[in-house]
Design a protein around this ligand. Structure first.
Ligand code: FDA
Length: 395
């Protein structure tokens, strides 16, 4: 007898977050006895606070290309078998209305708590224990023996859905990686992603006074480009464009920012010179960029005099500088503010159809703990739903 006197479950899911709760919906569908545990006092806290309280729950255009992983093919199967349309249909069943904000990003019309309530309702057949710690996990015959807040329990299947390292204040821990390591599974190096970038003091000197200034940019690093807003802050650079590029940026890399992606600055300045050559170059720049930024750039590039003083060559080199403004971040704000963790449990070790560890039957990893990281814009929740469905249906 494997489970002498112990509470026995078909499946134990570690983490009552987005992926864990969603997995419980599928794992209970076949009538299995399912326990979901979380050390937090409340379930799915990240869902509740996400999207500024309105949860950007998926993206109309979610496709494998929107995800980073050492194996870019891994996510294809799960994403194809539980799509954004499936999740949208589920919201309709729960009368949750939504709207597209921008770039296919779907947000609740009301509060994101509606999604948390929906997840709890869908996982209703599972037992959910909050404020519960994982003290010990051991292989026991064909299953797993766990000590949860001092109590021993047994399960045939163990699903690790305890997320990544981002925002420890909200309960993030490295438990998922520790469990992978315990069972000998490889882990791709982890680092904060979708995170503001920081700069050396001499750069911060001109960046910080611009705090609050935002503008649309085209931003590139390591061959990847995004067109979204950039925001200057007291600590460095943020805004969607920076969060997106932070997933591709590595220490030592330069990022290149086109500060006016929709304009031809050279042509605009030449036209301005033809119209009124007595205009100050700084004043002309302020018609193309936010005025505060134009002033700072004029002083950094030591621009002076009026437009008539500028040769085509100098206008061209100014335009080139603004279309390819190079910046060298020194780091990021780290897990304290990162929305996600890049890297994680290696996809080499998992079956792409079921999320089961190839070498440990009955052990599954889903959601952010896996080395699949989405862009900003609802993609990370879509991965949580899709990987949870793949696993829950297989159990
Ligand atoms: P998730 O973090 O949701 O759940 C893990 C659970 O495991 C938590 O409940 C945690 O308490 C528990 N846990 C951790 N360690 C444990 C331990 N040792 N013992 C017991 N339990 C433990 N994505 C998106 O697509 N759209 C959006 O709008 C946003 N917005 C957003 C805002 C902010 C501020 C953040 C930080 C993140 C986002 N995200 C997002 C990302 C999204 O929240 C994230 O990708 C998913 O929540 C990941 O789902 P998981 O279920 O894998 O982890």
């Amino acid at each position: 007898m494997l489970n002498r006197g112990m509470e026995t479950y078909d499946t134990i899911i570690l983490g009552a977050g987005a992926a864990g709760l969603f997995c419980a919906k599928f794992a209970t569908a076949s009538g299995g006895r399912v326990l979901v545990i979380d050390h937090a006092k409340r379930p799915a806290e990240k869902v509740r606070i996400s999207g500024g309280g309105r949860c950007n729950f998926t993206n109309l255009y979610a496709a494998p290309d929107n995800f980073l992983s050492r194996n870019p093919h891994f996510a294809k199967s799960a994403l194809a078998r539980y799509t954004q349309w499936d999740f949208i249909d589920l919201l309709a069943e729960h009368q949750i209305t939504w709207h597209e904000k921008t770039l296919g990003q779907l947000f609740c019309d009301g509060k994101s708590q509606a999604i948390v309530n929906m997840l709890l309702a869908e996982a209703g057949a599972a037992e959910i224990r909050l404020s519960t710690t994982v003290d010990k996990i051991a292989r026991d015959g064909g299953g797993f023996r766990l000590t949860l807040s001092g109590q021993e329990v047994f399960a045939r299947n163990l699903v690790v859905a305890c997320g990544g390292k981002s925002i420890p204040k909200m309960g993030a821990t490295g438990l998922g990686y520790d469990i992978a390591a315990q069972f000998g599974l490889p882990i791709e190096d982890t680092r904060p992603a979708l995170v503001p970038l920081t700069f050396a003091p001499h750069e911060l000197e001109w960046i910080a006074p611009l705090a609050g200034t935002a503008l649309p940019v085209r931003i590139s690093a390591n061959g990847t480009t995004f067109e979204e807003a950039l925001l200057f802050t007291h600590r460095g650079l943020s805004g969607p464009s920076i969060l997106q590029i932070s997933s591709y940026w590595k220490e030592g890399d330069t990022i290149v920012v086109d500060l006016a992606p929709d304009r031809d600055i050279f042509e605009d300045l030449r036209n301005a010179r033809a119209e009124n050559g007595r205009r100050q170059i700084g004043t002309a720049l302020a018609t193309l960029l936010p005025a505060k930024l134009a002033t700072v750039i004029a002083s950094r590039l030591e621009l002076s005099g009026n437009l008539a003083d500028q040769s085509d060559k100098s206008l061209k080199s100014l335009a080139d500088a603004l279309h390819a403004f190079a910046l060298k971040p020194t780091g990021s704000e780290g897990y304290r503010t990162a929305e996600v963790t890049l890297g994680g449990v290696s996809t080499d070790a998992l079956d792409a159809r079921t999320m089961e560890a190839k070498t440990v039957p009955g052990l599954f990893f889903i959601g952010e703990v896996v080395d699949v990281t989405g862009w900003l814009g609802g993609y990370n929740f879509q991965w949580a739903w899709a990987s949870a469905a793949a696993c829950g249906r297989a159990i």
